[in-house]
Design a binder for this molecule. Structure first.
Ligand code: SF4
Length: 473
């Protein structure tokens, strides 16, 4: 509807806490920014699995009476933004599937790039799929009778799937986490110390997409799940196994835009990275101006970095309404402008008569900022200088981020920064360089995926399809 990039999914799982469903709920609530289409929680009391899931936000899906029914000390939860498979109830996770080894609940964040190939192969051998998601492929791999149990099954199956996956699995007595060899999406382990846990089955643990979920659910960060690692948590303790050599290619867009600023991912605090990106922008694209403002909410931190490095004062030049409905009718161009106007307003007292630097984290279609620039002019801005805290986004993402196709991306369509500036009708435009982007993280630049900016894909996309590519009807 607007110019933003689709988020993907968020995961939260707990082991050996008396209120597993409530802890998952808290974790999912903190991860709501990663997916707003649906939410679900499955729990186990050691014998039976129980699940509640539906379309909607976490607070819409769960009611107090649900927690009376979701009894258990092991749990796994999921919030979804659909990147493969349509947004409908059958695709809502966790998927709970009956296999020869018993019931298993699966929650997945990421996008598999060979899911269709595998699915076609399984269907040719008689498998019947219940959903149109890529996530179900792993369940069919696991269900094969030659695997003696889930642990061995996962060690043998995971190397067959390609692309981005952070998984949390739950069986009646185990919580199992796995992360792809590239570690595209974040996945962290935390320790939960609560009274009432069952001493006979070890300590309390939590696995989640981001550390903000650990904070919210009362867990203490222990470490990241490593790329290519399978982590099994059960009565024997926490056991780590490796199913593939790590080849890190963390999604750099997590730092730029997706992850919550209060999270720590890939060894760095997101807030600090965004501040440094703002500083880098000020060094690479200096400009004479009177005030620096951010496009709320995610552009604000980089804007503060820009202000700090340039000496130009920071202020809040846009107000964003958080109450625009998600189910707004798909707009034509005129309505799109109305939506932007409903969402944002310029603060006249901040920008009137001023040369304004605006900092945003990404420029996708360009239509939203074109409108925002008009709002700033109407409020009296004399010059508008846009600074973007990542390089021009020119290529599609196959690893779970719902970008537009290249033809819709403004930097894919218009060949030069100057042409984009002209289209936006502003005085200047500057993007952080790729070198600048990678200079702010503490891990080597080679450990990050930057494919949407340079087209260098760390894992070859075997099945190129849109998100409905596995729909049967
Ligand atoms: S292509 Fe871009 S959005 Fe996708 S994983 Fe790589 S860095 Fe992230």
């Amino acid at each position: 509807m607007d110019d933003s990039v689709g988020h993907h999914c968020g995961l939260a799982g707990v082991y050996n806490v008396p209120d597993a469903a409530a802890r998952c709920y808290l974790g999912l609530f903190a991860l709501q920014h990663r997916g707003q289409e649906s939410a679900g929680i499955a729990v186990s009391d050691g014998k039976n699995l129980n699940v509640k899931k539906s379309m909607g936000l976490v607070t819409e899906v769960f009611r107090p009476k649900d927690f009376e029914e979701l009894h258990g000390h092991i749990g796994v939860g999921h919030v979804r933004y659909s990147t493969t498979g349509s947004s409908r109830l059958v695709n809502v996770q966790p998927l709970v599937i009956d296999t020869a080894h018993g019931l298993i609940a699966v929650a997945h964040n990421g996008n598999l790039v060979n899911a269709k190939t595998l699915r076609d192969e399984f269907e040719a051998h008689g498998s019947i799929f219940q959903t149109s998601t890529d996530s179900e492929v792993i369940v069919h791999l696991l269900a094969r009778p030659e695997h003696a149990g889930y642990e061995r099954g996962l060690l043998q199956s995971l190397p067959r799937i390609l692309g981005a996956y952070s998984f949390i699995f739950m069986t009646h007595d185990k919580l199992i986490a796995a992360r792809d060899p590239q570690g595209f999406r974040p996945l962290v382990l935390g320790r939960i110390a609560v009274p009432g846990h069952l001493k006979s089955i070890g300590e309390g643990w939590m696995v989640a997409s981001e550390t903000c979920a650990l904070d919210q659910a009362g867990a203490v960060f222990e470490r990241e799940i490593e790329p290519g690692e399978l982590l099994i948590i059960d009565a024997e303790g926490v056991r780590s196994k490796r199913f593939a050599e790590p080849k890190p290619a963390h999604c750099m867009f997590e730092h730029v835009y997706f992850a919550r600023p209060d999270s720590m991912i890939f060894g760095d605090y997101v807030h600090q990275i965004r501040l440094k990106l703002g500083e880098k922008l000020a060094q690479e694209h200096p400009v004479k101006a009177d005030v620096v403002i951010g496009v709320p909410d995610s552009g604000n931190v980089a804007a503060q970095g820009f202000a700090r490095a340039s000496g130009i004062p920071f202020d809040f030049g846009f107000i964003r309404s958080h109450y625009v409905g998600r189910s707004f009718i798909k707009p034509d161009q005129l309505e799109r402008e109305k939506v932007v106007d409903m969402k944002f307003n310029a603060v006249r007292s901040v920008v009137d008569g001023k040369r304004v630097v605006v900092v945003d984290d990404s420029l996708v279609r360009g239509t939203t900022f074109r409108r925002q620039a008009k709002l700033l002019r109407q409020a009296g801005a004399t010059e508008i200088h846009l600074r973007i805290s990542c390089p021009p986004t020119k290529h599609a993402c196959y690893y779970g981020i719902d970008f537009l196709s290249r033809g819709e991306l403004i930097a894919g369509k218009l060949k030069s920064v100057e042409a984009i500036r002209e289209y936006l009708n502003i005085e200047s435009l500057g993007y952080v360089s790729e070198e600048g982007l990678l200079s702010v993280v503490s891990r080597p630049g080679s450990h990050y995926c930057t494919a949407c900016w340079n087209g260098k894909y760390p894992v070859h996309p075997v099945d190129v399809m849109d998100k409905l590519g596995m729909e049967k009807c």
